[in-house]
Unconditional design. Structure first.
Length: 320
């Protein structure tokens, strides 16, 4: 697997001709989108002025027009960037992933299966799952797969209307672990103690009836960042060795985003919450900008470096 520095060189050197052409296309697309947005805005303003005498400029009219404006604008925007997005995925993302390791396969419109996400037991009930940028293969002989996912839950308001709320949006990773676990060990961000303090936060953690038993770890820094639940105290402490807790803390610092981990059966599941769709091409910023490039490269390297970061390729335990 290539280093972060090697991937950066590959992005700017090997992929530069494709990047330059795409960035030229991006500039034309940006101008087109701005011109269409201006025209679209004038049309919507004209419609409001035309209808205001009928609706007497009521708040309902403004709300209706605003909703229509946002929905139509989103549809038009997605249509306009469709070809540009597809070209970016095929000419940049695909070779970039192959450069990391030629054992990896990339499917831009697929995602980690709902069965795997639900098996992880990290999130509450999921009613709808979507995603893209699915990568699967082997790193150091370890099976690994990851993708962007957007998990949602369905609700109904007081009038019976269907609404959807986001449970999780970000990167979801599954890798093989060299151990068949008897129980489940779930590691979640410690939001209770950080929000309510040690006393109240600790009580809330202990009385989380949706989870297994609360497991207190000896690592003070780890306890500040995470809360651990498990069905087997002994196994959870065996899994979360001092060395592994340090590796997880390092991963949390590198990602700079909320981190969720579970050990279920013979797999580790890792979810990093970004609250956006990763690996999407920028329209309003140059693809040649270092910051933009590094976001793609660093996220990819982080995702596939999980195997090395947590040393999953070391047979610490043999499977039964």
């Amino acid at each position: 697997m290539k280093t972060l520095s090697e991937l950066t060189d590959f992005y700017y050197k090997t992929l530069y001709p494709s990047l330059k052409k795409l960035d030229d296309d991006r500039k034309k697309l940006k101008s087109k989108i701005i011109n269409i947005a201006i025209f679209f805005t004038f049309v919507m303003v004209f419609i409001v002025l035309l209808l205001k005498d009928i609706f007497f400029n009521t708040p309902e009219l403004l709300i209706f027009v605003t909703v229509v404006y946002i929905i139509l604008g989103s549809v038009v925007f997605k249509y306009l960037i469709k070809d540009y997005r597809k070209e970016f995925k095929q000419k940049i993302m695909r070779p970039l992933i192959s450069a990391i390791d030629n054992n990896l396969n990339y499917l831009c419109e697929s995602h980690v299966s709902r069965k795997i996400v639900e098996r992880a037991d990290i999130f509450s009930k999921i009613d709808r799952l979507s995603g893209n940028d699915y990568v699967t293969g082997k790193i150091d002989h370890i099976n690994i797969e990851f993708s962007d996912i957007h998990a949602e839950k369905r609700h109904k308001d007081s009038k019976g209307r269907e609404q959807w709320t986001t449970v999780f949006q970000g990167l979801f990773i599954m890798a093989e672990f060299h151990k068949d676990f008897n129980g489940k060990t779930i590691i979640l961000p410690d939001t209770a103690q950080s929000s309510f303090g040690n006393l109240i936060g600790g009580w809330l953690q202990s009385n989380n009836f949706a989870r297994d038993e609360l497991i207190k770890m000896d690592d003070i820094e780890f306890e500040k960042e995470f809360v651990v639940y498990g069905s087997d105290q002994i196994e959870a402490r065996y899994i979360l060795s001092p060395n592994l807790m340090k590796k997880i803390l390092t991963l949390k610092k590198r990602s700079k985003h909320p981190l969720y981990i579970s050990f279920v059966r013979s797999h580790i599941h890792i979810a990093i919450e970004y609250n956006k769709d990763l690996f999407e091409p920028s329209v309003f910023h140059s693809l040649l900008e270092y910051k933009i490039a590094m976001e793609y490269i660093d996220t990819l390297h982080l995702s596939l470096g999980i195997v090395k970061e947590l040393k999953l390729n070391e047979k610490l335990w043999s499977k039964k």
